[in-house]
Design a protein around this ligand. Sequence first.
Ligand SMILES: [Zn+2]
Length: 190
Amino acid sequence: MKPTPSTTRGGHRGLIRSLNRRGSAAKKTAPITKARKIKDPSICDRCGAIYTAKSWRAARRLAPELLAKAAYIRCPACEQVDKKEYFGRVLISGAFAANNLEKIRTRIGNVARRAQSNQPERRVVSVDWDGSMLEVLTTSQKLAHRIAHELEKEFGGHATYQWSPDDGMLLTIWKSPNPPGVPRRTLRSW
Ligand SMILES: [Zn+2]
């Protein structure tokens, strides 16, 4: 399996790291839209996302005359990834996860790719396996929610969601089926 561009191979950094996740209070609801003034059109020199009409869109065709006058900058989502700034966190544990890491990474990659193609602000910042738990950090709460939801839908187990009252961060915990092969729950209690 090829790793997706937005994920990293499990390193040995462990899960306890100092990350620049806390933004200002303004970031609570809208981490992206509080960005600096951006020239219209602009193109991200990293991911190719295009800024025009007050929003970032995934790379697409741009008329040559627009292309010629576009500014090349780094989009806010790529900046967040660079700074390892995240607003969503998914913790994945359980026997199934330990035995099916590649499948799970592939699923995460697919969910992330689809999210990014619709809304380039939604990115996976990192994916790390520490030997017992897989940690996925995302630039948006919605993407973390989506990942946990899709994992639960596809593989069973149980996902829970906790929003921080302080900064709006979303922590989701997906307990994969344990032992593997146990049918998925039909009732969710969140
Ligand atoms: Zn970008």
